[in-house]
Design a protein around this ligand. Structure first.
Ligand SMILES: [Zn+2]
Length: 424
């Protein structure tokens, strides 16, 4: 592939791909690709994952052939690395970051969320100066961790107007061969607290996928008014919804319940409405947690969690029990909110497995879905369900013997393919 550049951080001791192998090729053939084929049982318990080596062909961004390994074929040698679905970071802010620029720690917070809004009003013009460059650097970090798709929130408010969006779109355009994204128009400074309405309406007509939001009660002083506006804007423009909800008390619960009500009234929003963080779920008693999880499941509202730990543990297993779609993301990599983002969603799956005691072969293998946006190579019975001919060639190659090991050890990502294009 012309223009393929191996950066020092991405360079592995034994790269699968090099310029010679792939220059100018629309079609890729790979041998010695490790795929999971089933579970191994002992007295009814899953004790290991079976794998085998395969020969794979990729053309026009799709997997076109999966066959028994052909060790002597003239093909790129995948060296027995485990092929998994490329990872997805489903909550990140590509538009505002210090990454790729000077290190800065988080400053002492004063005045709560409104204090942070005042800080952002000061900072955003500065951050926007080179935000396209930094977004590209962040995409390269995500690449190195096996991620080739993200859902990015982008600030839409009177300070940034549409510049944050336009700068990120430029970065995504520059990286379009190796990275995909969906965008959330995010009124970080409130829909009404600062008048973001005209900008949101303009953004909704542009190339974005979701209408965002943040803590309607704390910031706008109203739950219904803000949610009603958000829902209407999404319906009018056929977009999804993804709202940041940090409020953990009564207002948090009321917001969740009101959104469920609105989505049930407007079924076209089912399956494309999300609550990010939704910390209140971690504060409810067990009975209420189950009740809300069941309602979220019925309304097909997903939860995007960064898997917090410490004083707040999210009821992720309960959400899974009621078929709530759970996604994860890094949120911050290094910015004025938080500086601890590693860029890895596999690390989030690892953290979830640790927090919920998911340490057996079976449960570790299930935890991988958090990193892949819910795709797993094996179903719960051990039947192979991914990859299939015709699937998108979004592929990560890991130095691991199976998914369970990859999650437990946060195994190194050796190579990445996005839509059939070699990233590294
Ligand atoms: Zn966020």
């Amino acid at each position: 592939m012309a223009g393929l550049a191996l950066t020092p951080t991405m360079m592995s001791a034994t790269p699968i791909f090099n310029d010679k192998d792939i220059s100018g090729k629309e079609k890729l053939a790979l041998k010695n690709v490790r795929l999971e084929t089933g579970f191994e049982y002992e007295e009814g318990e899953i004790i290991a994952t079976k794998t085998d080596l395969f020969y794979i062909e990729i053309e026009n961004g799709k997997i076109t052939k999966i066959s028994p390994n052909q060790p002597n074929a003239k093909a790129i040698d995948a060296k027995g690395f485990l092929m998994l679905p490329a990872f997805k970071d489903m909550h990140i802010h590509l538009d505002k970051t210090f990454y790729g620029d000077k290190w800065q720690a988080v400053r002492k917070r004063t005045g709560g969320v409104k204090g942070m809004i005042a800080l952002e009003q000061k900072m955003m013009p500065e951050l926007l100066k080179n935000s396209t460059f930094k977004a590209e650097k962040m995409i390269e970090l995500l690449h190195s961790k096996g991620t080739s798709f993200a859902r990015s929130h982008v600030n839409i408010e009177p300070t940034s107007q549409l510049h944050s969006l336009k700068n990120v779109q430029k970065a995504l355009d520059n990286k379009k061969k190796t990275f995909g994204a969906e965008l959330v128009a995010f009124p970080q400074h409130g829909v009404f607290y600062t008048d973001s309405v005209p900008y949101l309406k303009e953004a909704a007509k542009m190339d974005i996928d979701f209408i965002g939001g943040v803590d309607p009660f704390t910031i706008d002083g109203a739950i219904e008014k803000t949610i009603d506006f958000t829902v209407q804007l999404a319906l009018d423009n056929k977009k999804g919804i993804d709202i940041h909800l940090h409020e953990s008390g009564d207002s948090g619960l009321k917001t969740v319940e009101y959104l469920i009500e609105k989505v049930n009234e407007n079924p076209s929003l089912k399956g494309k409405t999300y609550l990010s963080h939704c910390f209140v779920l971690g504060k409810l008693d067990k009975t209420k947690q189950e009740e809300i999880a069941e309602k979220l499941g019925h309304a097909e509202i997903g939860i995007v969690s960064t898997i917090p730990f410490g004083s707040l543990i999210m009821p992720i297993p309960t959400l899974y029990k009621y078929n709530v779609k759970v996604l994860t993301g890094n949120d911050s990599i290094v910015d004025h909110w938080n500086t601890f983002g590693t860029g890895s969603v596999l690390q989030k799956a690892n953290l979830m497995a640790q927090l919920y005691g998911q340490s057996t072969e079976f449960l570790l293998s299930r935890s991988l879905r958090l990193a892949t946006g819910n795709v797993l190579p094996l179903d719960d019975k051990g039947n192979q369900q991914w990859p299939k001919v015709g699937d998108n060639a979004d592929l990560a190659f890991l130095n691991a013997s199976c998914s369970a090991e990859a999650v437990s050890r946060i195994s190194n990502v050796e190579s990445l393919i996005h839509q059939g294009s070699v990233v590294f």
